[in-house]
Design a protein around this ligand. Sequence first.
Ligand SMILES: Cc1ncc(COP(=O)(O)O)c(C=O)c1O
Length: 374
Amino acid sequence: MNLFDVYPLYDIEPVKAQGSTLWDTNGQKYTDLYGGHAVISIGHTHPRYVQRLSDQLNKIGFYSNSVQISAQKELAERLGRVSGLPEYDLFLVNSGAEANENALKLASFHTGRTRVVACTKAFHGRTSAAVAVTDNPSIKAPLNFDQHVTFVPFNDVEAVKTAITEETAAVIVEGIQGVGGIHVATEEFYQAIRTRCDETGTVFIHDSVQCGFGRSGAFFTFQHGQVLPDLITTAKGMGNGFPVGGVLISPKFKAKHGLLGTTFGGNHLACTAANAVLEVMEEEQLISRAGHLGTQWMKALSEIPGIAEVRGQGLMIGLELEKPVGPVREALLRQHFFFTGVAGGHTIRLLPALNVAESDMHRFVEALRSLLVG
Ligand SMILES: Cc1ncc(COP(=O)(O)O)c(C=O)c1O
């Protein structure tokens, strides 16, 4: 059997990892400034994480959601405290798309409505409702086009106010558009959404899958401002590589047995991984570190000639180059051994672990300068 060939692959196989360092099959060392696509939050193979997961695996790895699983309660309590949202409930899932799928369903159950407002350039995942609110027709199958979605330009206050009506079930927005090229939602945009949702009884869903879990320097990006969404979705950095996601649900939603469900969501290992991530984030004060290091790094990067714009917040950074990004990323990887991400034809995406070493960030600035300036 062959693998279904949907991913363009590098000819590199990392076989060992520690912190922000990867080693391939030839022993070549790389620095990971991509965090395996914003997933590695506390660094690869963090000793606390490895210990916690190994201990749990030696006790019990899985049982269904029909029994008591105290790791789930521990996670809900800890996540509520660390995120500053103790009054929200938690529904646990396995991925970002599944989190958004369930959030959209909850909004529709709650309002009895079917229409959704989303943003141009948005990415929310590849399952049915999540891909319908994603602004990329090339990844939608014919059956995904049946849903009622209105796309408005990201950060366009007037457009979002007009689009949200008494028929809208939900508005879904990323705090920082990731796939769309690292664009940060403005406070005015958040405020307009909140106000209009309150006027029309619409549910405000904040997709924090990529920008959440401390990456921006706040636990969630909307916490840089004054608004509170009704549903908040999270995944990626939540498990540091173990598949786990969640929907944080405001008290206005009432749970009912059977309303939502999943076999694997909230399993012992996933909860243990997420608990270990939160413990390390608290102990190593990684959220505030992400905030101040990100600011320093963005300043240093913006001083490099050849970079048209530096965008982002904390350790979610987009570098829009004046020239096409492909050859530059290739040189960063092959000559300087840095893994980076990309968005579109001109933007490098940096999504490192929140405890990435300052020395790695300095080396990257110098490597990029040498490639862009010569
Ligand atoms: C903002 C956002 N939402 C949702 C998703 C989907 O997450 P997953 O790939 O875990 O389904 C992604 C993935 O890149 C994302 O960036």
